[in-house]
Design a binder for this molecule. Structure first.
Ligand SMILES: [Zn+2]
Length: 65
């Protein structure tokens, strides 16, 4: 998953583990978004739960059902 910093336009790559972890945290703590800090300008970029969820199935298909 890749997002772009809204401030400096720096592409920020989020690894599979990061996305999976972020989604876990968001679900666990019932958040609506996950904050990703830009490595370049340190601006906090918000990734919505919706975005994470959209990425997640490709990473870890829900086999629990
Ligand atoms: Zn930035």
């Amino acid at each position: 998953m890749q997002i772009r910093c809204f401030k400096c336009q720096m592409p920020i790559a989020l690894g599979r583990d990061v996305v999976a972890e972020a989604l876990e945290m968001v679900k666990k703590e019932n958040l609506t978004r996950y904050d990703v800090r830009c490595p370049k300008c340190r601006t906090t970029n918000r990734v919505s739960k919706k975005q994470l969820t959209r990425m997640a199935p490709r990473i870890s298909p829900d086999k629990k059902k």
